[in-house]
Design a protein around this ligand. Sequence first.
Ligand SMILES: Cc1ncc(C[n+]2csc(CCOP(=O)(O)OP(=O)(O)O)c2C)c(N)n1
Ligand SMILES: [Mg+2]
Length: 197
Amino acid sequence: MDERALVVNELLTSEGVVRDYIRFDHRKPIAERRFNCDTTAGILGWGIGAAIGAKMGNPDRETWCLTADGSANFGIQSLWSAARYDVPIGIVVFNNGHYQANRLNFARYDGRMKATNKYIGVNLGRPDIGYVQLAAGYGIEGERVEAPEQVAPALLRCRKAIHEGRPYLVDIKITTAEYIPGWDTTYYDYFSVAGMT
Ligand SMILES: Cc1ncc(C[n+]2csc(CCOP(=O)(O)OP(=O)(O)O)c2C)c(N)n1
Ligand SMILES: [Mg+2]
């Protein structure tokens, strides 16, 4: 990542990655250093659009959007603007297949979901959202990563694409943060409307 990169971070439970792996030298003015764009509001779905705006305002700066999977899905149509106006941003989806922040909050609430080990509304596994296919639908290149050794080559291809002037999306399957032993993370509140007739 460039020393003056703009990092738009919509990571929720994966946010520690930004603190652990990306350096921000706060002694320098923002114009001269890497900048972490975050929100204090906790609203989701703004990340990709914000990265597009950040890049439009700073065409000379390498720009990355690090977004969680649920959050990406909330604002995925912003890819249209990236495609339409050739906005070369790197989008990295931290895809844990869950609304993990909500699962953790439900666990902390210590109510019926925790007692029954059935957490409703938080497993995003069916359908397994194809972010690469979504990007392709907007004419944006991308790839899915399912093993650790695939991460670095994928990010290098992403960086190459954005330096060549094209947006690029990397969909990385990750494990859930703060996993509690014994958790049934496969359960979800399934019903089929088609099956009701
Ligand atoms: C617009 C909006 N809708 C709903 C929420 C509630 N909410 C907070 S965290 C969260 C789950 C986020 O899931 P994901 O983006 O995949 O991140 P993870 O928790 O898995 O790290 C949701 C739905 C919100 N913050 N903003
Ligand atoms: Mg998630």
